[in-house]
Design a protein around this ligand. Sequence first.
Ligand SMILES: *[C@@H]1O[C@H](CO)[C@@H](O)[C@H](O)[C@H]1NC(C)=O
Ligand SMILES: *[C@@H]1O[C@H](CO)[C@@H](O)[C@H](O)[C@H]1NC(C)=O
Ligand SMILES: *[C@@H]1O[C@H](CO)[C@@H](O)[C@H](O)[C@H]1NC(C)=O
Ligand SMILES: *[C@@H]1O[C@H](CO)[C@@H](O)[C@H](O)[C@H]1NC(C)=O
Ligand SMILES: *[C@@H]1O[C@H](CO)[C@@H](O)[C@H](O)[C@H]1NC(C)=O
Ligand SMILES: *[C@@H]1O[C@H](CO)[C@@H](O)[C@H](O)[C@H]1NC(C)=O
Ligand SMILES: *[C@@H]1O[C@H](CO)[C@@H](O)[C@H](O)[C@H]1NC(C)=O
Length: 288
Amino acid sequence: MGCDRNCGLITGAVIGAVLAVFGGILMPVGDMLIQKTIKKEVVLEEGTTAFKNWVKTGTEIYRQFWIFDVQNPQEVMMNSSNIQVKQRGPYTYRVRFLAKENITQDPKDNTVSFLQPNGAIFEPSLSVGTEADNFTVLNLAVAAAAHIYPNPFVQVVLNSLINKSKSSMFQVRTLRELLWGYTDPFLSLVPYPVTTTVGMFYPYNNTVDGVYKVFNGKDSISKVAIIDTYKGKRNLSYWESYCDMINGTDAASFPPFVEKSQVLQFFSSDICRETCVHFTSSFSICKS
Ligand SMILES: *[C@@H]1O[C@H](CO)[C@@H](O)[C@H](O)[C@H]1NC(C)=O
Ligand SMILES: *[C@@H]1O[C@H](CO)[C@@H](O)[C@H](O)[C@H]1NC(C)=O
Ligand SMILES: *[C@@H]1O[C@H](CO)[C@@H](O)[C@H](O)[C@H]1NC(C)=O
Ligand SMILES: *[C@@H]1O[C@H](CO)[C@@H](O)[C@H](O)[C@H]1NC(C)=O
Ligand SMILES: *[C@@H]1O[C@H](CO)[C@@H](O)[C@H](O)[C@H]1NC(C)=O
Ligand SMILES: *[C@@H]1O[C@H](CO)[C@@H](O)[C@H](O)[C@H]1NC(C)=O
Ligand SMILES: *[C@@H]1O[C@H](CO)[C@@H](O)[C@H](O)[C@H]1NC(C)=O
């Protein structure tokens, strides 16, 4: 007797059942193997996959700026009108693309410390304009001087310097100047040794951020990349309450096995505070 249709069906069913059982066994085993591999490979030490990506961040990290452009500087100065601003942006820079420096492992507490060199490259394709775009903004040096030196005699002197330098309450500056620094004409006239360069992030290029000390994950994978101390401290002593805490990672990497319900905390030294992100939706960056 050859193999009839019934026999074929039974054979198929048996093979299917065997495969299903195998699959049932292999799935958790495979998961276990994958988890084990991940646990080994995410540890931040020489030789792991994560380490290479961590020393020099594998993904592109951008920082975006929106600037308030003052629309009525004359009215504000002459008639004390309310200030009117227009928000312009985004202006995007690629940051954190330089390799970490002075990487030192500390086996005692399973941490690794490092310095993050600063660098920012303008990204025109993700920006509404160029670095040469002009903005009318408050003249920080002029506005601050009156507050720092309330003495009337000093203020008379400062006033004449402000006038001499043709500065006023508002100024027109390019994006590049505002962010990365410009030589202030008023401060340049001050007859004391003062810093004459003003800029929101001045100095930035050729400076380093840190020292950061983060957990390398050797003892607990859930702590990988989480900051232990920043500049040797656990809090910033700058803000009140939770903003002052240095929790989470530096946002360039996070521990593996993150659940959607989890809040990812990270610390940003540029704005000098910690912040967090909540999961909203998944997206794909592959457009093929
Ligand atoms: C200030 O107010 C006066 C009177 O309302 C007006 O004529 C003048 O144009 C205003 N100045 C500016 C700079 O808007
Ligand atoms: C980083 O390392 C270099 C030499 O390896 C050393 O000169 C420098 O002081 C270190 N920087 C810090 C902040 O420890
Ligand atoms: C900082 O350095 C980057 C190159 O690393 C350069 O593109 C950028 O113009 C520099 N920025 C300033 C303000 O010098
Ligand atoms: C910004 O202002 C400067 C000086 O007035 C001018 O040379 C430059 O072309 C302006 N930039 C743009 C993008 O219009
Ligand atoms: C400011 O300087 C101008 C000349 O640039 C002069 O006419 C004016 O009187 C000065 N104002 C004050 C308050 O010193
Ligand atoms: C900040 O940290 C220090 C120790 O690093 C601690 O003594 C102090 O209480 C902390 N301050 C706050 C406000 O958490
Ligand atoms: C942040 O870290 C501090 C310890 O530095 C901890 O007491 C606090 O609960 C943490 N905050 C959150 C929201 O996890």
